[in-house]
Ligand binder design. Structure first.
Ligand SMILES: NC(=O)c1ccc[n+]([C@@H]2O[C@H](COP(=O)([O-])OP(=O)(O)OC[C@H]3O[C@@H](n4cnc5c(N)ncnc54)[C@H](OP(=O)(O)O)[C@@H]3O)[C@@H](O)[C@H]2O)c1
Length: 309
């Protein structure tokens, strides 16, 4: 119990197999040698049995004494034994098996290498086509007419947006938000809304829609004859804005991706221009910030963002 730990023999499996094969081989050769000795003694015994002891003296097979036939048969058996130990062994023995196994493994390895090459080649092709598709996707995206077309509007509770080609309220924080959101972007508007401005708004690209030919505008303002052309003119802008008025909003509702609505919490009975109804089946509200009335704002209002469903 308290004795020394037994140390395990450190011969590995391969060495063990070699030793076993060598032992087997020695035993085979030993058996052949014993067979040879027995054959010699046996042959002498058969000769003596016939010639000295006279056993089967008159027995002849194919004209030969029986012991000659017996010795010849035994010799055949011995030759067969000899051949199996020294010749057949070379082809069917352990070395031969190992050689065959190695050849097979080499063949399989060659096939594996070939398949690996084919797989790598295919992977390259797939990567290439993925990169190609990515380029194509990017191109399509850059060609998309309305990357994030946004309607921006301020409307009363019954959707009133204007009267006599002007706004009905003055809400400075709403104007500030309008300026902040549209700053640096394309703003698309109907001819009447454009004319409601004293002058073009700074740092924005104005696109004015009119059916008139030769409509005169200050330098830098783009004039188009349809809403489609207006959207096309703004295609390089990631977020062009539709800024009104009533006619243009109505035509844009099916095209826009987003609505930035300032809901003014009051009714304006005398309005003459209106924003279309926002269909809750088509639009989902994603953000709302409320703003109370105060000394600078005659009405309370809410900034509400809708995304197309
Ligand atoms: N509350 C708000 O957020 C807000 C925002 C913007 C405007 N507004 C108000 O809205 C009112 C103006 O709106 P509105 O509806 O009277 O006019 P609008 O939409 O601004 O402009 C209408 C004009 O646009 C042109 N147009 C419209 N559709 C067209 C098309 N498919 N192809 C070519 N041209 C087209 C026409 O110009 P031509 O006649 O020259 O052909 C048409 O007369 C104003 O009271 C303004 O203050 C309010």
């Amino acid at each position: 119990m308290f004795g020394k730990k037994k140390t395990k023999p450190s011969i590995d499996q391969e060495q063990l197999a070699l030793i076993k094969a060598a032992e087997k081989r020695i035993a085979q050769k030993k058996r052949l040698y014993i067979h040879f000795v027995i054959f010699l003694i046996g042959a002498v015994f058969l000769i003596l049995a016939n010639t000295v002891l006279g056993i089967g003296k008159d027995l002849k097979i194919f004209g030969l004494d029986w012991f000659v036939i017996a010795i010849i048969l035994w010799l055949f058996v011995f030759v067969y034994h000899f051949v199996s130990v020294f010749i057949t062994h070379k082809f069917m023995g352990k070395d031969w098996e190992d050689q065959q196994r190695e050849a097979l493994v080499a063949k399989q390895q060659e096939r594996i290498d070939q398949l690996t090459q084919e797989y790598l080649k295919e992977e390259k092709e797939i990567a290439k086509s993925q990169a190609y598709n990515q380029i194509l996707d990017n191109e399509i995206t850059s060609q998309k007419k309305t990357p994030d077309l946004t309607i921006i509007v301020a409307a009363g509770e019954q959707n009133a947006i204007g009267k006599d080609n002007d706004l009905i309220w003055h809400l400075s924080d709403d104007l500030k938000r309008f300026k902040a959101l549209t700053n640096g972007h394309h703003i698309i508007m109907g001819r009447k809304t454009f004319e409601s401005f004293k002058k073009p708004l700074p740092n924005r690209t104005h696109i004015v829609i009119t059916r008139q030919n030769g409509y005169k505008v200050p330098e830098g303002v783009i004039v188009v004859n349809s809403l489609d052309d207006a959207i096309d003119a703004a295609r390089h802008d990631k977020q062009p804005f539709i800024i009104g008025g009533g006619e243009i909003y109505k035509q844009s509702m099916l095209l826009a991706d987003k609505i930035e609505l300032t809901r003014v919490h009051s009714s304006f009975e005398n309005a003459d221009t209106f924003f279309p109804e926002i269909d809750p089946l088509q639009w989902k509200e994603i953000n709302r910030v409320t703003h109370d009335a105060d000394e600078n704002h005659a009405y309370a209002f809410s900034f509400i963002t809708y995304l197309r469903k």
